[in-house]
Design a protein around this ligand. Sequence first.
Ligand code: FE2
Length: 670
Amino acid sequence: MGVVISKTFGVPFTITVKTGDRKGAGTDANVVIALCDEEGRRSNDLYLDSLFRDDFESGGRDRFLKISGVVDFGTLSHIELWRDSKGLFDDWFCDVIEVINMKTKERHVFPVHRWIPANRKFKLRPFDMILPQRDEMLHLREEELKSKKELYKLTHNMAIPQVKSFPKDESFSNDYLWDLGKNMVTLTLKAKMTQVLTGKWKSLEDITKIYKPPLLPIPEKYYNWKTDKNFGYQRLAGCNPGMIRLCTEIPQRFAVTDKALQPLLGNMTIEEALVYKRLFIIDYEFLKDLSCSYGRTICAPTALFYLNDANCLMPVAIQLFPDPADNPVFYPTDPEYTWLLAKMYFNNADSAVHESASHLGFTHVVGEAIVVATHQCLSPSHPVFRLLAPHFLYLIAINNRAIGQLVSPGGYVDKTMVIGRTGMFEIIKRTWCNWRLDVQGSLIGDLEDRGVLDPEVLPNYHYRDDALLLWKAINDYCRVIISQYYDSAEQVVADPELQEWGRVLGGKATHPDEVTVNMKGVPNGGKFLKVEEVVDTVTNFMYICSVAHASVNFGQYDEYAYPPNYPAWLHGKPPTDKTPLTEKDIIAQLPGKEETLDAIVLTKILSSKGTNSLGDFEVQYIYDPDGLQALAKFRKDLEEVGRIIDKRNETREVKYTYLHPKDIPNSISI
Ligand SMILES: [Fe+2]
């Protein structure tokens, strides 16, 4: 720590400056600060410089002792901060400044969290968290937002808008330089998987020879992947757990019959099973005629499930394409391997929906659109910005890398998923047009819409049960912080930044060049009228960027790493009749050795956690005492959620761990 004592007079202050831990954050420029008190007294311009020390390095913390030049310095009201353009590397991202009055020992924290351009004076208040309509320095934040709007623009690369050009603020830190290609090579070498593998598998057991425990263990699913119980369980606690819905009627084109089903429904007729809410359905009709890369095709299946007397969800019928004239319904009573192949083709379609919609589209890309809209409209001084910011860490950066490396033409998705990038983008397009923030984007709205909110209706739905605990903890935290700032609906309506945020999220563009998110289900089409609407929106965004992503991300190795269990590609034709098939017929359709190796290594990397757990923020944005109290309560609530989940897992037949708070990162960083 360099300490320089100025040769002037007045009250001494210790000033500690933290430079951001990100690429290019450090500066060689001269940094100057001035301290202002509540009586309007201002210190001298205090040059922050240490002799014999390189200050303001990326991730560094520098402390200075400075004499203010004011004898009767009162309580600090704000600071002024600026820099010149000296040095080769003058850009500077300042995280936070702490000022301690050495006479009174009063401590003030000034969160900055901004790039400081040369020769622009910033005025910052302690805690820097205030609504714009109460901010005396409104013109400064308006000016700042104007330049943020230039940096953070949306464009239509795919159906959901994405950032137009990568803002440097979003780069990975020096410690977290994520590179998929490099990570795959490292893991392959570490696991000693260097033998050249080509050709097809000889048997289903043969595949197990490829795993290299402990780094790449045999996925648990290998041991029971063929069972109907596992197939039902995948709907409730697999990596795509948000698809199952209560069946209230059988679609016309789904040609199930009482004769075939009655023995599978404990002798109930279909009608009776519907009345008793024992039937559940997943209908992927929307995949019909999906254009895939290189003219490949995928099924558009419908599957029916029965909740049996042991409260297990069991598959009872699968039709692989919508047209019943050419497509039989397969039942568990059909020849063993024919039924197995029908289930595998259903899972093939489910995996396409999982990676395209549930994972990439509705967490990664929707998250990116939310990040961009937030930066465009909310000043870093806005409480909603400070609440959401920890959940945006590396989100755009990982999208930039992952979409670039995985979904590029001829890339991993083209090579290992039957839909390829063309099909992936098409699925996002077909699902985004029906996606609503208040339904699919809101846990409770989604569970209600699917008719599965009630545990009496669908027991053992571990994803729902654990997710609801987390949603409540997040909602309570958001409510406490947001209510501190908006004490009435009028304050919500009077907030120009919040209203602009609503418009960019869910409203109309104001000029032809503007791309807005165009998200359905934003309150009142993009106009916030009540405090609760703000609370729910922020809760949903925080949930999407943490819990929702965890629920579809961290089960990838468990599901995909043994391809027969959850095949991303089947190299053959789906069954069209009940001809008995053999194990050989199944093996002939499986991905080859090279593809399997890729799936194992990649899903292992994608299932690993690289950043901190929910609530343990990498960057602290909130410093005010009430906010810190709310944060402490949030962390306690999460600990309690963890205890409840541990307890639940003691009695669950299969442990469900993807939503344990310690395993949920704050943001989408993988
Ligand atoms: Fe992910």
